[in-house]
Design a protein around this ligand. Structure first.
Ligand code: FAD
Length: 554
C-alpha cells in the first residue's frame, strides 16, 4: 500500500468526527484509537510525525521507580501495565531492559528503603513476565559493568524495565495503523486557527507548510495533542485560560550520546542535587540523561544547553571514571510538557496527564491532552478517545488493548532474523542488511526487500557505517510519508542520530534518491542539504560534536 499524503483540498468539503492537532505519540495514538472505533479522523502535524518531544526522550518504557518516592502508586501501576502491553503488542519496538542500581558507601537505611521500593515495584508489575529484582554482590556488578567505578562499591540491585530504542517508529506505526483504519494523516501542515461558530469550535484552519496554501477543515471536535505547543494552540481559541494557572509547564531535558559504556540501564543519583539520572545502552552506543530545567522560551528553539551537558558529564564521571567531556559524540534536547503548573522543583512536578474539556472555559468543541509519559500513551489515548466519544454521543469500545502494531513479528525474533538473512541473501543483499531491516521494520522488512529486488540501485548500501540500503529511502517516501532528509535520517532510520557519522556520510546519496522520488531540482537538493546541515551543526535540538565535517555549500 502506498501511503500518499492526504489531499487537503479534497478534504475541505468533509466534516470529520475528530481533527487531531499534533503527530507525536499522543496524537498518533489518539488517531489510531479513534479510527479503530470507526470515527472519521484527520490528523495534522506541522513538521513530521514524531519530530517533537516524542523523538527526544530517554526511550524508557517504565513505571518510574522514582515516582514511588512521591507515593504515586496508581501512576506507577498503570504505566507498568502499559509496559506489559507494549512488550506484548510491539515486541519489535519495545524490549526488556535489565537495570542496575549500584550502591556506594554505607547507607544501610537507603538500601532498606530501596529494597522496599523494589518489592513494591515488583508487586505493581505483577503478571508482567519480567524477572523480579535481586541483590548482586560487588563482583557480579563489576563483571557485567566493568566500566563502573569500583571504589566504594558495595553491590547493587538488578531489576527489569523496558526500552523503545526507536520511539520514532513507535509513533510512525501508530500513524500507519490509523491510516490503515481510514484516518487521514498529513505531515508538514500546521493548524493556524480554530474555526468557531456560536462559540463552539467547529474546525481548523490549516496551512500547508510547503505551499503556504490554507484550508478550512470542519470537525465535530478538535483534539489538541500539540505537546509543548498545546498552550499556544489553546490560545488560538481567543478566550483566556485561567490567568493564575498556565495550561502547561515545560521543562528542558538533555541527553548526551557517548560510545557504548554499559550493557544494562544504570540508575544513578546526582551528587549536586540528588536527582536520578540514567546511563542507558542504545543502538550500540550509550545515552546519558536527563536533565529537568524550567523552560519558557519558544519550543521551536530548544537546544542542548552547555550547562546541562557539563552537569551530566560531571556527575557521570564519578561513576564511570573513563567518561569525560571529550567523550561526548552528540547531544539532543527535548521539552517535557507537565500538567502541573505549580512552580515547585521541576523533578517533583507530577507526570500525571490531564485531559481537558474546554467547554467549562467557554470553548466547547475543543479538548486538550497535557502531560503524561510516552509509556502510557495508549492508555492516555484511550481516555481521550473515551471523552471524545462521550462528547460526540457515540458508544464504541476501545480496541487497542491487545492489538499488535503493524510491524508485529508474529513469531520469535530469532526466527524473524533467520528469515530476514535468508530472504536478503536470495535478493543478493548482505545478511547483515537483512537482519538490520528486520530489527528496524519488524515483519514489514519484506516490503523493503521486495523494493530492493525490483531495482538494483535499491540494494546499494548507504554508507560504510551502516547496513542500511537505498531501497529504504524510496520505501520511506512512498510508504511512510518522508518528505525531507531529516524525516528519513532522524525518524525513519535513526541513522542521523547515531555515531560514528550521524548519517552525514550518507546525506548526499539519500538526497539524490529522495530527489528522484519527489522530483527535486538541483536547487531543491542544495536547499535540502543546507537546511539539514544547519539544523544538526548549528544550534538545532540535535548537535553533532564529532561527526564528519561537510560544507553547507557543496
Ligand atoms: P510531542 O511529541 O511533542 O508531539 C506534539 C506534536 O504536535 C509535535 O510533533 C508538534 O510538531 C505538533 N504540533 C504542535 N503545534 C502544532 C500545530 N499548530 N499544528 C500542527 N502540529 C502541531 N516518557 C517515558 O515514558 N519514558 C521516557 O524515558 C521519557 N523520557 C523523556 C525524556 C525527556 C528529556 C523528555 C522531554 C520527555 C520524556 N518522556 C518520557 C515523556 C515523553 O517524551 C512525552 O510524554 C511524549 O513524548 C509526549 O508526546 P506528545 O505527543 O504529547 O508531544
Amino acid at each position: 500500500m502506498i501511503n500518499e499524503r492526504a489531499d487537503l483540498s479534497a478534504l475541505e468539503g468533509e466534516t470529520f468526527d475528530l481533527a487531531v492537532v499534533g503527530g507525536g505519540i499522543m496524537g498518533t495514538g489518539i488517531a489510531r484509537d479513534a479510527s479503530l472505533r470507526g470515527l472519521r479522523v484527520l490528523l495534522v502535524e506541522k513538521e513530521d510525525f514524531g519530530s517533537g518531544t516524542s523523538s527526544r526522550t530517554s526511550r524508557l518504557i517504565h513505571g518510574g521507580l522514582r515516582y514511588l518516592a512521591h507515593l504515586d502508586f496508581k501512576i506507577v501501576r498503570d504505566d507498568l501495565r502499559e509496559r506489559t502491553r507494549l512488550l506484548r503488542n510491539a515486541p519489535h519496538l519495545v524490549s526488556p531492559l535489565p537495570c542496575l542500581i549500584p550502591i556506594y558507601g554505607h547507607g544501610v537505611l537507603d538500601r532498606i528503603i530501596l529494597r522496599a521500593g523494589l518489592v513494591i515495584y515488583d508487586l505493581l508489575a505483577w503478571g508482567s513476565g519480567l524477572p523480579r529484582h535481586k541483590w548482586l554482590g560487588c563482583n557480579e556488578i563489576l563483571d557485567s559493568e566493568p566500566g563502573l567505578n569500583p571504589k566504594g562499591l558495595r553491590g547493587g540491585f538488578l531489576f527489569y524495565d523496558a526500552q523503545a530504542p526507536r520511539v520514532e517508529r513507535l509513533c510512525l506505526e501508530n500513524a500507519l495503523d490509523a491510516v490503515g483504519n481510514g484516518a487521514a494523516l498529513v505531515n508538514y501542515t500546521s493548524a493556524i486557527g480554530l474555526i468557531r461558530e456560536k462559540g463552539r469550535v467547529v474546525g481548523l484552519e490549516v496551512e500547508d507548510v510547503a505551499t503556504t496554501k490554507r484550508h478550512q477543515i470542519s470537525a465535530r471536535l478538535v483534539v489538541n495533542a500539540a505537546g509543548p505547543w498545546a498552550g499556544l494552540l489553546r490560545d488560538l481559541a481567543g478566550e483566556k485560560s485561567a490567568p493564575s494557572a498556565p495550561m502547561v509547564r515545560t521543562t528542558r531535558g538533555v541527553h548526551v550520546i557517548v560510545n557504548k559504556s554499559c550493557s544494562n540501564g544504570i540508575v544513578l543519583t546526582a551528587r549536586t542535587d540528588g536527582r536520578i539520572f540514567f546511563v542507558l545502552p542504545w543502538l550500540g552506543y550509550s545515552l546519558i540523561g536527563t536533565t529537568d530545567v524550567d523552560y519558557s522560551g519558544d519550543p521551536e528553539h530548544i537546544q542542548p544547553d552547555t550547562e546541562d551537558v557539563s552537569y551530566l558529564m560531571d556527575e557521570v564521571k564519578r561513576f564511570f571514571p573513563s567518561l569525560g567531556d571529550n567523550n561526548v559524540l552528540g547531544t539532543y534536547a527535548g521539552l517535557r510538557t507537565l500538567s502541573d503548573s505549580h512552580r515547585g522543583k521541576e523533578s517533583d512536578a507530577s507526570r500525571r496527564p490531564k485531559i481537558i474539556d474546554h467547554s467549562a472555559e467557554g470553548v466547547p468543541g475543543l479538548i486538550s491532552i497535557v502531560g503524561g509519559k510516552l509509556t502510557a500513551y495508549r492508555q492516555i489515548s484511550q481516555a481521550a478517545t473515551d471523552l471524545a466519544c462521550s462528547l460526540l454521543d457515540v458508544q464504541r469500545m476501545c480496541l487497542t488493548l491487545d492489538r499488535p502494531l503493524p510491524g508485529f513479528l508474529g513469531t520469535e525474533l530469532s526466527s524473524l532474523l533467520d528469515g530476514s538473512r535468508e530472504l536478503a541473501d536470495s535478493y543478493g543483499i548482505s545478511k547483515a542488511s537483512g537482519e538490520y531491516l528486520a530489527q528496524l521494520y519488524g515483519n514489514r522488512y519484506r516490503e523493503v526487500l521486495a523494493m530492493a529486488g525490483e531495482n538494483p540501485r535499491g540494494r546499494t548500501v548507504l554508507c560504510p557505517h551502516t547496513p542500511a540500503i537505498m531501497a529504504q529511502v524510496r520505501h520511506a517516501v512512498n510508504h511512510e510519508w518522508a518528505r525531507t532528509p531529516a524525516d528519513f535520517l532522524l525518524r525513519r532510520t535513526l541513522l542521523g542520530l547515531t555515531p560514528p557519522c550521524f548519517g552525514l556520510d550518507a546525506l548526499s546519496i539519500v538526497i539524490d534518491e529522495m530527489g528522484r522520488c519527489l522530483g527535486w531540482s538541483a536547487e531543491d537538493k542544495r536547499k535540502q542539504k543546507n537546511t539539514y546541515l544547519s539544523n544538526v551543526n548549528h544550534g538545532g535540538w540535535l548537535q553533532v560534536r564529532n561527526g564528519p565535517k561537510i560544507s553547507t555549500n557543496d
